[in-house]
Design a protein. Structure first.
Length: 295
């Protein structure tokens, strides 16, 4: 009997200690990686570092098509100005990231082209989601008057296959339309969701505006706890559907996109509830005492 009492005296304090250190508060979203470009020099920068967390940023498709010549990728950080404000009245006077090409040895170039297939021009932001679930994305977007009007958001969980995801408009998105194209629609626009800053579709509010707080929720379990996770904001249209914010055919020699406040967030993956540990400890006690009684 004395051995039984001593065993209990050892394990009961252990249960109390486990319960105290394993308390878990309510889960909340945490920024995994973000880019606000405020710590970047105003200069050419094809891969700006995150302002929070770890990850990579890059553009795609800027050095492939003649615009009017094949150019060199020349993305850069620049300071926004009030004169960039369009009809929706939203300005961004902080550092932003501009995606484009410029002239190389072949002569004048811009990078953006209506020859580019759907989803092959724009910006890619990669960040591991290991340790996180319930992935959310937010960003600000700007297209110049001659910039492409149609943008789609995609994500990947393997770095190869990209999946279209709906974009939710924020509070400063007057002039922007959230649209969906079906299989029976135009083959020159992505089958899925996209947003359009197009004067013909959206009236006088469209064209050369900052759209802030664009968001998306990615519920795919494969996107969670994934070292290969990335998002891209890319052209939703090609060919005849690839129009500028002015509602005219893309001229293939001017225009660009700009980004700010890109954020990838998630909820930290939960560890077992305290009750799980406590029950396990009680089970250990029961087993130990049962063995002691039999002996």
């Amino acid at each position: 009997m004395r051995l039984k009492t001593n065993l209990t005296g050892i394990l009961l304090p252990l249960i109390s200690a486990i319960a105290s250190v394993c308390y878990i508060g309510p889960a909340s979203a945490t920024t995994i990686t973000a880019w606000n470009f405020q710590n970047d020099a105003v200069a050419v920068n094809n891969s700006p570092a995150p302002s929070t967390g770890a990850g990579t940023a890059s553009s795609i498709g800027m050095d492939i098509y003649p615009t009017p010549n094949v150019g060199v990728t020349t993305d850069d950080v620049l300071v926004g100005k009030n004169s960039d404000t369009g009809a929706n009245g939203v300005a961004n006077t902080t550092n932003t990231w501009r995606v484009r090409a410029q002239a190389g040895t072949n002569g004048a170039a811009n990078g953006w082209s209506s020859l580019a297939p759907i989803g092959t021009q724009g910006a890619v932001f990669a960040a591991s989601t290991v340790g996180y679930s319930a992935i959310n994305v937010s960003f600000d977007w700007y297209s110049t008057t001659q910039g492409e009007a149609n943008l789609q958001l995609e994500y990947t969980d393997d770095g190869v296959t990209w999946n279209n995801v709906p974009i939710t408009l924020g509070g400063s998105d007057a002039g922007l339309a959230a649209l969906t194209n079906s299989l029976s629609g135009s083959s020159n626009t992505v089958v899925g969701s996209y947003v359009s800053d197009n004067l013909l579709n959206n009236g006088s509010m469209a064209g050369q505006d900052w759209f802030t707080g664009l968001t998306a929720t990615i519920n795919d379990p494969a996107a969670a706890n994934n070292p290969n996770f990335a998002i891209e904001m890319v052209n939703a249209s090609t060919g005849a559907d690839d129009v500028s914010t002015a509602g005219t055919a893309l001229n293939n020699n001017s225009g660009n996109w700009r980004f700010d406040n890109i954020s990838i967030s998630g909820t930290a993956v939960a560890v077992p509830e305290p009750s799980t540990w406590v029950l396990a400890a009680f089970g250990a006690i029961g087993l130990a005492l049962s063995v002691r009684r039999r002996s």
